[in-house]
Write a protein that binds this ligand. Sequence first.
Ligand code: PMP
Length: 463
Amino acid sequence: MTFMANLPPTQELQQKDAAHHLHPFTDTQELNEKGARIITRAEGVYLYDSEGNRMLDGMAGLWCVNVGYGRKEIQEAAMRQMEQLPYYNTFFMTSHPPVVALSEKLASLAPPHINHVFYGNSGSESNDTVVRMVRHYWASMGKPDKKVIIARKNAYHGSTVAAASLGGMKGMHAQGGLPIPDITHIDQPYWYGEGGDMDPADFGLMRARALEEEIDRIGEDKVAAFIAEPIQGAGGVVIPPDSYWPEIQRICDERDILLIADEVICGFGRTGNWFGSDTYQIKPDLMTIAKGLSSGYLPIAGVLVSDRVAEGFIAHGGEFAHGYTYSGHPVACAAALTNLEIMEREHIVEGVRDRAAPYLAEKWAALGDHPLIGEARSKGLVAALELTPDKAARAPFAASKGTVGLICREHCFNNGLVMRHVGDTMIIAPPLVISNSEIDELVNKAAKCLDLTLADIKARDLY
Ligand code: PMP
């Protein structure tokens, strides 16, 4: 606690933060009026702020702290690597032991047809890499016209220019003139919001077949790949109907296009298997990974590359003119490797599948009885609550989208629970090590905050 004792007062930190720090995805003026919440330490599934408040972190940081906070073993592995070799690059025909070990480990955890990794530092960079990699792959295979990447509306694939272009968020496209050329978007399999009276299975098929229609519209000889998350996370935890992914796989198999799974959120146990692609039994040609790879302890990310793409690329591609100073950073690799060793040793993925996910599913589903909830859905340890003024009609609120979600999020913060809102959808993705009693705490707090939100919006005439 000496570290805590040495901290400047909260207000001073807030003032300096406001004076010099521009935050991501933030209205700076609004933040500076309120002052940032200062998080000072964390342990297990709990965060502590500079005012001494304890919060259950229902979002595992930003969907990443899979093994929970406070893992000494990762810290020590990083320190040892710092002493041994704090940095060297992987350009110019060089490598180093941690990157070799991590690559071997990832090849063993990935599906059998995937045996190579290309490293970056963030999910955004991985998705940027994938854009260049699939275009370079097709050019190497003598098909340079296959350049178009089909993505989905409302997807989030990152904030760099190419990743934000792959993303299907209109608000992001509007800032900075995106998307870049040769990226198109099809509708998402969001049954609650867009399925109307359709049976969910039929709706899933319809949304998958939108891919086939898009390939026909553009011409198969011009399409390089389709990219999607197994479960769309930042878009509001869109869990597709079971009919969706088999149909997408059929279309990709029949057409000469690559399937890219963005596993940045779903990877490393989130859905109860090592990868979301395992959960949905799909066979991607490329998978982008980040977050849970190191449980967020250090920035590291990558693209897992199938034998088909790697072999074409290696045999015909020559030099791939792409890479980052910190591709395969030794300290980040050592942290990631230790994180994966902890996950294996503690059977964390199996724990999600056999214990935590079924337990959460039951408790979470019960929240669906709350008058404010139109749907309570979960898969593995990722879940969503749809807020609505009219359960039967799955109707949106009259107030602008996100108004009620934000109110609910504030009640959660004030009652010791980090739950995020995407519009009027509340979402969670807690650390994978969350115990059953911590799940009880999370769900009880969520229920309490739904009551508070309901009372609040009635008082404000928003209900
Ligand atoms: N892909 C997905 C599915 C994500 O959720 C995110 C981040 N939330 C990214 C990519 C981008 O990752 P990063 O923030 O590490 O660039």
